[in-house]
Design a protein around this ligand. Structure first.
Ligand code: GLP
Length: 257
């Protein structure tokens, strides 16, 4: 696991955008796994800037989003479909046919989840998966107690997640209780996982995920089992890490060979 600590949110976002841009220069038809939440907004802004000012090309890119609330149509301003369009897709030249965000209105959720997994397989698997981390240590909506081998499925949200996400809704009772989410097992099959976290509020959770034991109680800790993970943090989110100085030294002294 490579841990990169940047001074602030803007630097964290730029570093993440650079990693994605480098992948697209190397592989223009890369398959990107994308995340929602407030964390990746700066990353998406930077990608939009790179598209507009530097010609970063998304025309052959295929995308799969991690999750979606059940019961919210794509037109709902708090749906993840809406979020992705509003923060990224409408500003770049991605082909809408190549975009996949789970359908929160699917009639048969189980069938939909199987189809979603098949589509990821058909696309050749996810090359790079962007991840945030929830206050309770979840990745996507894999709440504490999720199997570390789980696949795309319906998940019931915890009270903590509902309270965390209530800030985006008019009131707490409007936050959906259920979501469709890629499983931890699905995420671990991505070629490269790129997790971002910022702010002091996330420091304790980040420490548990990176330096704590691998446990289904903090599903982000499963990333420790993946051979290629990059974690990019701002200083406040990194503030509780035991090996903070070591990670910084490693990053600043990369051998040139
Ligand atoms: C939601 C999403 C996660 C995201 C998390 C953190 O629960 N399902 O994918 O990582 O929120 O959100 P934020 O980035 O707003 O802290």
């Amino acid at each position: 696991m490579e841990v990169i600590i940047k001074a602030d949110y803007a630097e964290m976002s730029k570093e993440a955008a650079k990693i994605i841009a480098n992948l697209l220069y190397e592989k223009p038809n890369a398959v990107l796994g994308l995340a929602t939440g407030s964390t990746p907004i700066g990353l998406y802004k930077e990608l939009v800037r790179m598209h507009k000012e530097e010609g970063l090309d998304f025309s052959k890119v295929v995308t799969f989003n991690l999750d979606e609330y059940i019961g919210l149509p794509a037109t709902h301003d708090q749906s993840y479909n809406y979020f992705m369009n509003d923060n990224l897709f409408k500003y770049i030249n991605v082909n809408p046919e190549n975009v996949h965000v789970p359908n929160g209105m699917a009639r048969d959720v189980e069938k939909f989840c199987e189809w979603y997994e098949d589509e990821i397989d058909k696309a050749g698997g996810i090359d790079l998966q962007v991840l945030g981390i929830g206050g309770d240590g979840h990745i996507a909506f894999n709440e504490p107690g999720s199997s570390l081998a789980s696949r795309t499925r319906m998940k019931t949200l915890t009270e903590e997640t509902i309270v965390d996400n209530a800030r985006f809704f008019a009131n707490k009772d409007d936050v959906p209780r259920y979501a469709i989410t890629m499983g931890v097992g699905t995420i671990l099959e991505a070629g490269h996982c790129l997790m971002l976290a910022n702010g002091e509020k996330k420091a304790g959770t980040v420490k548990k995920a990176i330096e704590g034991p691998v446990t289904q109680m903090v599903t982000a800790s499963a990333l420790q089992l993946h051979p290629q993970v990059t974690v990019i943090l701002d200083e406040p989110a990194a503030s509780k890490l035991e090996l903070k100085d070591y990670y910084k030294w490693v990053y600043n002294n990369k051998p040139k060979c």
